[in-house]
Design a binder for this molecule. Structure first.
Ligand code: TTP
Ligand code: MG
Length: 397
């Protein structure tokens, strides 16, 4: 790949509990307390984020607010103030620009910086990273977690591993020791399905994964196999791409074996929709158009879109549209690839009556998710697809 010289120095910055920290900063009474950002506790809708104090009660992003309230009734519930977070995000990016023009924002609170060429000016990468952290604290009165590594993949894991207020440096000679003990789920591209398949092969850690050779990984996982092979060895040549502006957010998956059963295809659509929804919400964006892409066994590719009369960032809305588009294709041929993309993006603060067109939808999903959690425990939201597949009454549509 171009622009990927050796010995790169990549910094990944991710703010801690971003929206909630901004609210705690601006109202000292909220400091040290469980704070949930997303809306009124009894309103429909989901948690955008919550303070680390609230996370002790098991509250997480994308959880229904009603459930957050059940878990911690004394938490302070606040509405989402996008305009405010966007202003803070701009200040943050101004700080980044003082160190390098090679800044790739991933969302309001997260960015990659390639500081390879900045070293002569600032000394070491570690200096830059420490200075960044200090300026974020002094000038914005917020904390960030920072990862520093020779590539994007490692820098992103590094920033996440010591949250909050983390600072993790991975040198070339520490890559193996750092990666080997991590669970395979940490590798980019390993979602619940792939993880399940890897577990069946007795692969739980990156160290285990490295024991599988490249041809086998290719045979088992197609294109993803290559990615797994290289990332497990800490190799990632993707360049930092400055000012990447999202025109669409999408994800697709190529199957190892062509699939025909529409219900199985829909379980994949749910996985993909969960991912697209999460990335939309993180970027503070909503989409009006959902596109379904299907590649058939004979490589013919079909693409179908639907534009809604409102904008959404909700997994279940994206999933519902994708399923309808799939049904309308009346497929008779096996499918080798399926993908979901959200287009026509707008900033999140525009008010939409998400549920006005669909009374009761929110309750349905809340109930379905609650049932899943009762049966499978807390971190099992993605298991919802299994339940949906098995149990008709929990269908989201
Ligand atoms: P994250 O960086 O994922 O979360 P965070 O900064 O709140 O917490 P931490 O990084 O310490 O784990 O997302 C950044 C912001 O994006 C978050 O503050 C709120 C928003 N967001 C949503 O609105 N919905 C979501 O589902 C997610 C994941 C994030
Ligand atoms: Mg964050």
């Amino acid at each position: 790949m171009e622009n990927t010289p050796k010995n790169r120095q990549i910094i990944h910055v991710d703010m801690d509990a971003f929206y909630a920290s901004v609210e705690q900063r601006d109202n000292p009474e909220l400091r040290g307390k469980p704070v949930v950002v997303g809306g009124k506790p009894k309103s429909r809708g989901v948690v955008a984020t919550c303070s680390y104090e609230a996370r002790k009660y098991g509250i997480r992003s994308a959880m229904p607010l009603s459930e957050a309230y059940r878990r911690c009734p004394h938490a302070v519930f606040l509405p989402v103030d996008f305009a405010k977070y966007r202003r803070v995000s701009q200040q943050l990016h101004k700080i980044f620009q003082d160190y390098t023009p090679l800044v790739e924002p991933l969302s309001l609170d997260e960015a990659f910086l390639d500081v390879t060429a900045s070293l002569r000016l600032f000394g070491s990468t570690e200096n830059i990273a420490r200075e960044l952290k200090k300026r974020i604290k002094d000038e914005l009165n917020l904390t960030a977690s920072i990862g520093l590594a020779p590539n994007k993949f490692l820098a992103k894991i590094a920033s996440d591993i010591q949250k909050p207020d983390g600072f993790v440096v991975i040198d070339e000679d520490q890559i193996e020791a750092f990666l080997d003990p991590l669970p395979v789920e940490r590798i980019w591209g390993v979602g619940p399905k792939t993880a399940e398949q890897l577990h069946e092969l007795n692969v739980r850690t990156v160290r285990d994964l490295k024991k599988i050779d490249k041809p086998t990984l290719n045979r088992l996982f197609g294109q993803l196999g290559n990615q797994l092979y290289y990332l497990a060895r800490g190799i990632d040549d993707r360049p930092v791409e400055p000012e990447r502006e999202a025109k669409s957010i999408g994800r697709e998956i190529t199957f190892q074996q062509d699939l025909t059963d529409p219900e199985v295809l829909k379980t994949y659509l749910l996985d993909l929709s969960l991912d697209v929804g999460r990335r939309l919400r993180k970027a503070g964006l909503k989409a009006r158009t959902v596109t379904l892409k299907v590649r058939l066994a004979d490589f013919k590719t079909l693409s179908r879109s639907r534009t809604l009369n409102y904008s959404t960032d909700l997994d279940k809305e994206i999933y519902k549209e994708a399923c309808q588009l799939l049904d309308e294709l009346h497929l008779k041929t096996p499918v080798r690839l399926i993908g979901v993309t959200a287009h026509n993006l707008t900033c999140g603060e525009i008010q939409q009556s998400l549920f006005a067109t669909e009374p009761g939808a929110e309750e349905k999903i809340t109930k379905a998710l609650d049932k899943v959690k009762e049966r499978f425990g807390e971190d099992s939201i993605t298991l919802a697809r299994l339940l949906i597949q098995k149990n008709d009454e929990n269908k989201l549509d």
